[in-house]
Design a protein around this ligand. Structure first.
Ligand SMILES: [Zn+2]
Length: 383
């Protein structure tokens, strides 16, 4: 079994986390990663996703040529951007544990994934391990709506199955995740003085309340949830409110159920609004409403017997470790890949307490993930 070069992996991670790379500003880390994977034999190019999202670089795409014949290409992907506060990271090293100084995130989300991929490529080269073609994709703007993956120019590479390295537990392979829609409903009523002429007004708040009271929310079924999280409206306690906006979301691992839930929520507003009308000075006044439903990402649901899933589980066994499949409640680049027809699962790297200034990780977890990945590439090449 290949033994990962722990020092090289740790040094690269420490260097990467100290290169600022907030979303849309990933150029410096992209150039560093390009140098790293070129030294492992990759031929690199960038797509035009950066231009489309207003960033300073596109997605970095690297191809490692096959050293074994007749093997289908595999995709290895991680994202380069980090969340705020993420500039001027000063990592603190305590043995295998790497923390922040408490003023920024660490950016192990997802620089741990980037470093694991680089180390995996170094292993293949250093140990002369025969493997098929590898397409490495380092994406931009994952943290701001999976924009790099959405705009990724997929005809610049061949692989259509593989792994994203972007979650915490190194022993978990996420194969199921919900799709999500963000929702906004604005009810428009009619303003009037609440004390002198309430009958000349239509309360947008009352209509919205009726709509919400009739709505299925929370855990709708075992794979569907819905929430209304923000409500804003009204001007003063003595004015019949003419406008209220309610924002929320719906998620489901089943796309049909997600559509049904969103339609149900829209329908509740429609019905409540239809009942509200008044006549003012002989003129009919009707309530109305607008809504927006924006697909954030579609569900991912990779069968347990998909070749990539079976191979990762088997590769882990060969290294004396266990990787189990799991479902997550969140979304990542893997959702977009699957939505675009790829088969891409999400393997953990050991990042912990992500999106907080307490973020930390254990190099041993990254070592484990890299060893499993090296083994996966061997297995995939029929060894
Ligand atoms: Zn991430």
């Amino acid at each position: 079994m290949a033994t990962v070069n722990q020092t090289r992996l740790k040094d690269l991670l420490l260097e990467l986390v100290q290169i600022d790379s907030l979303s849309r500003k990933e150029r410096n880390v992209a150039m560093r990663l390009q140098r790293e994977i070129e030294s492992a034999g990759a031929v690199c190019r960038y797509d035009r996703a950066g231009e489309k999202v207003g960033g300073n670089t596109g997605n970095l795409i690297g191809r490692i040529a096959a050293t074994a014949p007749g093997v289908a290409p595999l995709l290895l992907c991680a994202h380069m951007d980090t969340v705020v506060p993420g500039e001027g990271v000063k990592p603190i090293v305590e043995g295998d544990i790497i923390r922040t100084d408490g003023t920024t995130v660490l950016g192990g989300d997802d620089k741990s994934g980037c470093a694991v991929i680089c180390e995996t490529l170094h292993q293949l080269k250093a140990l002369n391990i025969p493997h098929g073609p590898i397409d490495v994709v380092f994406t931009i703007c994952e943290e701001v709506g999976l924009l790099g993956a959405k705009h990724l120019e997929v005809d610049l590479f061949e692989a259509r199955e593989g792994l994203v390295f972007d979650s915490d537990a190194p022993g978990l392979l996420f194969v199921r995740a919900p799709g999500a829609q963000s929702l906004s409903f604005t009810v428009k009523g009619y303003e009037a003085h609440a004390g002198m002429a309430p009958e000349r007004g239509i309360s947008a708040i009352k209509i919205a309340a009726e709509a919400v009271a009739a709505m299925r929310l929370g855990r709708v079924d075992d794979e569907t949830t819905a929430n209304l999280g923000i409500i804003q409206g009204g001007r003063a306690v003595n004015i019949v409110p003419n406008e209220v906006t309610i924002r929320g979301e719906a998620r489901s691992r089943d796309s049909g159920k997600l559509t049904a839930q969103v339609n149900h929520m829209i329908e509740c507003f429609k019905k409540a609004v239809a009942k509200a009308s008044i006549a003012v000075d002989g003129k009919a006044i009707m309530a109305s409403f607008d809504y927006s439903a924006d697909a954030q990402y579609q569900a991912m649901n990779i069968p347990e017997d998909a070749p990539i899933v079976r191979k990762v589980v088997e590769a882990a066994k060969r290294t004396g470790r266990t990787v189990s499949t799991a479902a997550t409640g969140g979304g990542c680049d893997a959702n977009i890949f699957n939505q675009r027809g790829f088969t891409v699962a999400n393997l953990g790297t050991g990042m912990r307490d992500i999106h907080t200034v307490r973020e930390w990780l254990d190099i041993k977890d990254m070592v484990a993930t890299s060893e499993v990945t090296v083994e996966l590439l061997k297995l995939h090449a029929g060894q």
